[in-house]
Design a binder for this molecule. Structure first.
Ligand SMILES: *Cc1c(COP(=O)(O)O)cnc(C)c1O
Length: 431
């Protein structure tokens, strides 16, 4: 039945019953134009759409997948777990084992509580920080994404430090009245009203923007001096830049961590954790309420554990080497075809700005993106069987299933796609 429907058919049906046709806005292709492909299957580095077309998938569920789609380790663990029941609302061994794996891997993270998304993890970490310090103010960085909790959906004004403006309709000014938004890569001044500073230690939601030398260390020092907590949102970097995440990679230990994506093995999962004395404020031992019917879900913990057990230290090194080689070759291919390009890379994370503008924060990322080349390049890649994220602020997620051969194919396709995009853009007077 489904086989006969085209992507267009599915999207038309979706739009009737799902707002905008999608369950998360970026999937709608609003930023790049055209009709989203409806995925019916994935395997390793590939996905197939409703029309039977295969794409090299560099989205990988925005980083939730690291072993590739449908990996045996995950499907076997899920098959085993599912016959024992899917949720109980009682403690399970699986959540203990996953919490043990997370705390063993991340130095300084003594305890974790499991939730069902990165949004929940960040929202809960904030509440803990406020409950622990007795302070209301939070500091976030412009262009960092921490999910869609009200207090974190705040935008900054033109690169200046500003008290947050609601970043979305439906967020009352009061909900962001205690949120200070400051530019990334600059250590802000903190006072004794600040409960916490929350940061993506490697920013990967404004394209890829690595931390400037000393930035994370500076945040640690500023927080210590102000008596504020430092929160690392490692929803992307956790178990991707290495088993110890960015905190180990940069040797900066926050007070609280947020995890998500990789740790759920492709199932809905998040976690927040940190120092034991900080987390003691959580109910039932302390006064900060936080809860979840499906938290620590047995399927999600089984999938997450399978991924973490499968990842060996050598895998992270191999992935970083592959990504570094890929980034260089991708930049050459795109630049060689006449499109301005920067391909930042950090460990396994690869960014893509179709601009020569240097990007160090959200203001400069916006300038690079405003040059407007991404949609044409994205479409040219998709036509040729490579799926990038349908938005210019996302990063590429080559994973362990993306062999050098697969990535070489992407590079070849990118050379052609860049040439096609360059001529299309020149035709519109915008090379
Ligand atoms: C994806 C993401 C989130 C939100 O996670 P969801 O599971 O989508 O709610 C939070 N922080 C960062 C850094 C993310 O990349």
């Amino acid at each position: 039945m489904g086989d006969a429907l085209t992507n267009e058919d599915w999207f038309a049906r979706a739009r009737r019953v799902i707002p905008g046709g999608v369950d998360s806005p970026v999937r709608s292709f609003a930023a790049v134009g055209g009709t989203p492909y409806t995925v019916v299957r994935g395997e390793g580095p590939y996905v197939w759409d409703a029309e039977g077309r295969r794409y090299v998938d560099l989205v990988q569920s925005y980083g939730a997948v690291i072993l590739g789609h449908g990996h045996r380790a995950v499907t076997a663990a899920l098959s085993e777990a599912i016959v024992a029941g899917t949720t109980f609302g009682a403690p399970t061994p699986g959540e203990v084992l996953l919490a043990e794996a997370l705390t063993a891997a991340v130095a300084g993270c003594e305890q974790v509580r499991l939730v069902s998304s990165g949004t929940e993890a960040a929202m809960s970490a904030l509440r803990v920080a406020r409950g622990y310090t007795g302070r209301d103010r939070i500091v976030k960085f412009d262009g960092c994404y921490h999910g869609h909790a009200d207090a974190l959906l705040a935008g900054g004004g033109s690169g200046l430090s500003t008290l947050g403006l609601p970043g979305s309709a439906g967020v009352p000014a009061a909900a962001v009245a205690h949120t200070l938004v400051v530019p990334y890569n600059v250590v802000p001044e903190l006072d004794d009203q600040v409960a916490c500073v929350v940061v993506e230690p490697v920013a990967a939601n404004m394209g890829l923007v690595p931390p400037a030398p000393g930035f994370l260390q500076g945040l640690r020092r500023a927080c210590d001096e102000a008596g504020a907590l430092l929160v690392f949102d490692e929803v992307i970097t956790g178990f991707r830049v290495g088993s110890g995440g960015a905190s180990a990679a940069y040797d900066v230990t926050p007070d609280l961590w947020c995890f998500g994506k990789v740790i759920g093995g492709g199932l809905p999962m998040g976690a927040f954790g940190g120092r034991r004395d900080v987390l003691a404020v959580l109910a039932p031992t302390g006064p900060v309420y936080q809860a979840g019917t499906l938290s620590g879900n047995p399927l999600a913990t089984a999938a997450g554990r399978a991924v973490l057990e499968h990842l060996a230290p050598g895998d992270y090194l191999a992935l970083a080497e592959r990504a570094a080689r890929f980034a260089l070759r991708l930049a050459d291919a795109i630049g060689g075809a006449g499109l301005p390009v920067r391909v930042p890379v950090l460990g396994p994370l690869v960014g893509l700005f179709l601009s020569e503008h240097e990007v160090t924060d959200y203001a400069s990322a916006r300038v690079a993106v405003s040059e407007g080349r991404y949609p044409a390049f994205f479409s040219a890649m998709l036509e040729r069987g490579v799926a990038l994220a349908p938005g210019p602020y996302e990063v590429l997620f080559p994973g362990l299933a993306h062999s050098d051969e697969v990535l070489d194919t992407v590079v070849d396709v990118a050379a052609e796609a860049a040439a096609a995009a360059a001529s299309a853009l020149t035709g519109r007077g915008r090379p």
